[in-house]
Design a protein around this ligand. Structure first.
Ligand code: FAD
Length: 382
C-alpha cells in the first residue's frame, strides 16, 4: 500500500477544483496552481447533468450549494429557428429518478463556491504551470516563476490548451469545428423565460440557447459557421444576424452589455495515446477536450475527478491507480468527443430541407424515445 500525502494540480477550472475537493475530503493535501490571477468569467455557464451533480454531492457539495450557483432544470425544450418546440425533454423527472436534479449553472459562482470549501491558500493564482516530470518516484510541477513543486502526483487539469498534455502526449493539434460563438449572462425579467427550462434552438447553419440561471438572470449562447480567425461579431451585428431567431434571443442580446459578451472558438482534440506518464496525469479537457455541442465537457471533468479520487483512495500504487482511472474513462470520453462532432452537424444543419427533415423527426419522436435520450444525457451513459 502506498500513502499519498500531496497532489499538485495545474488549473483551477471545474475539473481541477472538483478533484481538489474530492481529494481534500479524502484527507489528501492538495495544491492548485492557476495561470490567471483573477477568476475567469469565460464560459459563462453550463449544464450539469444529474450524474455529475451526484458526484459533487459525494464530495460534500450538495443540493443546497447547487441551488446557490444555478437553477434546476425541469425541461429542455428544443426549438427550431422559427420558435416551434420540436422536442421537450423531461429532464427534471428523469434526473430525480436518477437520484439528483440537473442544473443550469453559473460557472464563476460554481468555481468560487467549490474553492470556498477548500482550506485557505489551496489555490494559488497568477502562476502558469510550464512542465511536469517524475524523478526518483516523486512528481514535480514547474511553474513560470521557476518554482518546482514536489508532490506524490501531479495532475494536469489545465484545459484544452494544456501545457502538461505536451509532456505526456507531445504536441496535439486542435481539431477546429468550423464554428465560432459567443455567450453571456444578462439580466432579464423573471416573466420573460419559462421557469427551470433550458431552451436550445437548432437553426440552419448555427444554434442558440437561453435559460435562467437564477431569478432574473439568464445565460445565452450563439454559434455560427466561420473560420477560426474571422472577426468577432459586434452586438449590432449579432442583433441583425439573429433577428429571425425569436424574441427571446433578441431580448437577451439587447439586455447584454457589449463588453460582457464572451467570444469562443470551438475545437476539440482527437484521442491521444495515453493520459499518464510516471506520476503525471491528465484530466478533463486536458485529456479529452470536446466542443460544447454534446454539453458534456464539464460533466466529464467532474466524473473524471470522481473516478480518480476513488482509484487513488483504494490503496493502489499510484501507477496502478492512474491505469485504472484511464481504463475506466478514456474510451467513454473519446466517444463523447466524436458524439460532439455529430451533434455539431445535427444541430446546425445548413440545408433548409435537411433542417426541415430533422425537425420533423424530432416532432414525431415517440415519448419513450425522448425519455430514453434524456436518460442517456442525465445519466452520462449516452
Ligand atoms: C460556450 C460553452 C458552453 C459549454 N457548455 C457546456 C455544458 O452545457 N455542459 C458541459 O458539461 N460542458 C460545457 N462546456 C464545456 C466545459 O466548459 C469544459 O469542458 C470544461 O470547462 C472543462 O473543464 P476543465 O477543468 O477540464 O478545463 P477548464 O474549465 O478549461 O479549466 C482549465 C483551467 O486551467 C487553467 N490553465 C490553463 N493553462 C494553465 C497553465 N499552463 N497553468 C495553470 N493553469 C492553467 C485555465 O485558466 C482554467 O482555469 C461549454 C463550453 C463552452 C465554451
Amino acid at each position: 500500500m502506498e500513502k499519498i500525502d500531496h497532489v499538485a494540480i495545474a488549473g483551477a477550472g471545474v475539473g481541477g477544483l472538483a478533484l481538489a475537493l474530492g481529494l481534500y475530503r479524502a484527507g489528501i493535501r492538495v495544491s492548485v496552481f492557476e495561470k490567471y490571477s483573477t477568476p475567469q468569467k469565460h464560459n459563462t455557464g453550463f449544464t450539469l447533468w444529474s450524474y455529475s451533480v451526484r458526484r459533487l454531492a459525494d464530495f460534500g457539495f450538495g443540493p443546497d450549494q447547487m441551488e446557490e450557483v444555478g437553477a434546476s432544470i425541469e425541461y429542455t425544450e428544443i426549438r427550431n429557428q422559427s420558435g416551434r418546440i420540436i422536442s421537450k425533454m423531461p429532464v427534471g423527472e428523469v434526473s430525480r429518478s436518477l437520484g439528483s436534479e440537473s442544473y443550469e449553472v453559473r460557472r464563476a459562482d460554481l468555481l468560487q463556491k467549490i474553492e470556498d470549501q477548500l482550506p485557505e491558500g489551496t489555490v494559488r493564482r497568477g502562476l502558469a504551470c510550464t512542465h511536469a516530470e517524475t524523478e526518483n518516484d516523486r512528481a514535480f510541477l514547474e511553474l513560470e516563476n521557476a518554482e518546482r513543486i514536489e508532490a506524490d502526483l501531479v495532475i494536469g487539469a489545465d484545459g484544452i490548451h494544456s501545457a502538461l498534455r505536451e509532456v505526456i502526449a507531445g504536441p496535439t493539434p486542435l481539431h477546429e469545428s468550423g464554428y465560432l460563438g459567443c455567450s453571456a449572462l444578462c439580466e432579464i425579467p423573471e416573466t420573460a423565460l419559462p421557469k427551470n427550462t433550458h431552451i436550445d434552438i437548432w437553426g440552419r447553419g448555427g444554434k442558440a440557447g437561453i435559460s435562467e440561471v437564477s431569478p432574473g438572470l439568464a445565460r445565452w449562447y450563439l454559434t455560427w459557421k466561420a473560420k477560426k480567425d474571422a472577426e468577432r461579431q459586434t452586438k449590432t451585428q449579432l442583433l441583425a444576424a439573429y433577428a429571425d431567431w425569436g424574441d427571446l434571443i433578441t431580448r437577451a442580446i439587447e439586455a447584454t452589455v457589449e463588453a460582457d459578451i464572451v467570444h469562443h472558438t470551438y475545437a476539440d482534440i482527437s484521442a491521444i495515446p495515453t493520459w499518464h506518464r510516471g506520476r503525471v496525469a491528465l484530466l478533463g479537457d486536458a485529456a479529452h477536450a470536446t466542443t460544447p455541442f454534446a454539453a458534456m465537457g464539464a460533466n466529464m471533468a467532474i466524473e473524471d475527478a470522481s473516478v480518480l479520487v476513488e482509484a487513488l483512495t483504494e490503496n493502489h500504487r499510484v501507477g496502478d491507480a492512474l491505469a485504472i482511472f484511464e481504463d475506466s474513462r478514456k474510451k467513454r470520453t473519446e466517444d463523447v468527443v466524436v458524439k460532439g462532432r455529430r451533434m455539431s452537424r445535427l444541430t446546425q444543419l445548413h440545408s433548409p430541407f435537411a433542417a426541415w427533415l430533422r425537425d420533423q423527426a424530432f416532432l414525431h419522436m415517440p415519448a419513450e424515445d425522448t425519455e430514453r435520450v434524456t436518460r442517456e444525457m442525465a445519466s452520462g451513459e449516452g
